[in-house]
Design a protein around this ligand. Structure first.
Ligand SMILES: *Cc1c(COP(=O)(O)O)cnc(C)c1O
Length: 359
């Protein structure tokens, strides 16, 4: 959070204008800051990232099946289902935990209209391979970039890949607007249509064109975004110190996989995934409980695979995505935030390593 003083100064003008939502001054200012930071021309702000992802399904002229990953937060799959599309689950790459382009290609048929990959933990997907597949088969490419705010590859931000990229500004993410999100698209027409969709489908004050909903960002959230953007570099720089300490402590431990960023990527240090392979000497559950006993909140993230949601009634066999199943069964994300001290990182790593040594 920004300081209370910084935030109150930011929202004070709202008491003069009484303009609280519907593309007010803060909304427009925040949009402009994001365009510049992300290096994209066209984006729309939302009440949350989930709504931003659903927005993509409103404006692209498509229907049928959507190839996606089961190794994600349930929002990705729910958006596909809620918008009336049928998800088809492709397995993931064992190094980046992102969707495997070769598996995507195997699942393409005439009914497939889009690919929805996820930059899991801020690891960028195999963007070039996915774009090539999408181009070859005429598929839309819609990225769930909820984890990848502030991530770029060779200086090009994650916002600019595919037909659309969704960011989440939820309170738990690297950058937040309390709740919030954005969808980055490639044309002014799409941008306008997305805004109309999130404002009841109104195309003029007395003209109802689409069955839109209401998912606009309000001025208070935009003001929070303006404040927090000022501190983004500092947030990421502090996370980097903690993340590098984890990697240096855990990098040499046998049968334990850490997941450092690819060399051409400028990361955001959003999460600290650690995978406990079978030879480690302790199971993921053992480590989870040992950390919990010390009051350290690691997460089994992502468990379960989204293909195992109860609403599918067992329609998707986890054995069809064996890598995703293995990772979901063996991974923990360890605490990582800007104010985490290296002493605390060392303490967490000591517990993790001693779990393995006991085995
Ligand atoms: C957080 C998250 C979402 C949803 O974003 P909200 O802003 O919470 O609606 C979607 N996908 C992934 C991968 C996420 O981590």
């Amino acid at each position: 959070m920004p300081t209370l003083e910084e935030y109150t100064a930011e929202i004070a003008p709202l008491w003069d204008t009484h303009w609280l939502t519907n593309r007010g001054a803060k909304h427009r200012e925040f949009e402009g800051m994001l365009r510049e930071l992300l290096g994209v021309e066209h984006l729309v702000l939302y009440t949350n990232g989930h709504s931003a992802l659903e927005g993509a399904f409103d404006v692209f002229d498509m229907h049928g099946k959507v190839i996606t990953t089961p190794y994600t937060f349930t929002s990705t799959t729910n958006a596909i289902v809620r918008k009336g599309f049928e998800p088809v689950f492709a397995d993931i790459d064992p190094r980046t935990y992102t969707i495997d382009p070769q598996q995507v290609e195997k699942l393409i048929d005439d009914d497939v209209c889009a690919i929805v990959p996820v930059h899991v933990y801020g690891n960028l997907c195999d963007i070039d391979a996915l774009q090539q597949i999408a181009d070859e088969h005429g598929l839309k490419l819609i990225y769930d970039a909820a984890h990848a705010f502030g991530v770029s590859r060779n200086g090009v931000s994650a916002a600019s890949f595919g037909d659309a990229s969704m960011f989440s500004f939820h309170a738990t993410k690297v950058f937040n607007t309390i709740e919030g999100g954005a969808l980055c698209v490639r044309s002014a027409e799409l941008e306008e249509k997305l805004y109309q969709y999130e404002n009841f489908g109104l195309t003029a004050p007395e003209e109802i064109s689409y069955a839109g909903g209401n998912t606009k960002m309000n001025e208070f959230c935009a003001a929070m975004g303006i404040c927090n953007l000022r501190h983004l570099d500092d947030e990421i720089a502090k996370r980097k110190i903690a993340a590098e300490r984890y990697w240096s402590n855990l990098g040499g431990v046998e049968n334990l996989d850490i997941c450092p960023p690819a060399e051409d990527v400028e990361p955001n240090y959003a999460y600290m995934p650690v995978l406990f392979n079978d030879g480690f000497g302790a199971t993921r559950e053992d480590v989870f409980e040992a950390l919990n006993a010390e009051g350290i909140g690691a997460r089994r993230y992502f468990v379960p695979l989204t293909s195992q949601a109860a609403y599918f009634n067992g329609a998707h066999d986890p054995a069809d995505t064996p890598v995703a199943k293995y990772v979901s069964d063996h991974i923990l994300t360890l605490p990582l935030y800007a104010d985490l001290s290296v002493e605390d990182v060392d303490r967490i790593c000591d517990i993790v390593v001693s779990c393995g040594a006991k085995g």
